[in-house]
Ligand binder design. Structure first.
Ligand code: SF4
Ligand code: SF4
Length: 89
């Protein structure tokens, strides 16, 4: 029997960062988003929407939200230039 959805849209109330045993570390010097605003694969594949790719004053920044990053490592696996490494918490 399927579960009942009592309160839809409440996923943000669960801070999945508490599940993490490994932490993704971003290496901006290698990142294609930081270099020229391309790629974005880590953002596309992150299952917890824990990565923000932003443009501020012509500069591209990559930000982790560690409240929600559960340390699955998918972003590091997807990165084509090894700009993310996983470290033990
Ligand atoms: S480790 Fe997983 S949850 Fe954390 S930012 Fe990467 S893909 Fe998202
Ligand atoms: S996948 Fe790698 S190169 Fe692409 S935006 Fe993410 S960190 Fe940068």
């Amino acid at each position: 029997m399927a579960g009942n959805i009592i309160k839809p849209g409440n996923a943000t109330e669960y801070k999945t960062g508490g599940w993490r045993s490994k932490r993704p570390i971003h290496i901006p010097e290698k990142c294609l988003w930081v270099k020229n605003g391309t790629c974005g694969l880590c953002w596309i594949f992150c299952p917890d929407d824990a990565i923000r790719l932003e443009e501020k004053d012509g500069e591209y920044v990559h930000i982790y939200d560690y409240d929600y990053c559960k340390g699955c490592g998918i972003c590091a696996e997807q990165c084509p230039v090894d700009a993310i490494k996983m470290e033990d918490e």
